[in-house]
Write a protein that binds this ligand. Structure first.
Ligand SMILES: [Zn+2]
Length: 65
């Protein structure tokens, strides 16, 4: 299980990238939202979609493996 977060977007980005805490692509300065503890990125995205049905999410190519 890992803690997952998604980046709060700049207005020009269409989708929220979902990351583990230690990923270097997770935005700094607290500019991200906590999703929860999940076994993998796909589960985290499902949860994020439930909480935020108006947003789109994507796996991070770096930390989702
Ligand atoms: Zn990542």
């Amino acid at each position: 299980m890992y803690n997952f977060y998604f980046n709060i977007l700049n207005s020009d980005e269409p989708r929220h990238a979902v990351h583990k805490k230690k990923c270097s692509y997770l935005q700094k300065d607290g500019n991200y939202n906590y999703i929860g503890r999940h076994k993998d990125c796909q589960e985290a995205i499902k949860e994020a979609k439930k909480k935020h049905p108006e947003k789109d999410f994507e796996e991070c190519p770096s930390c989702s493996k």
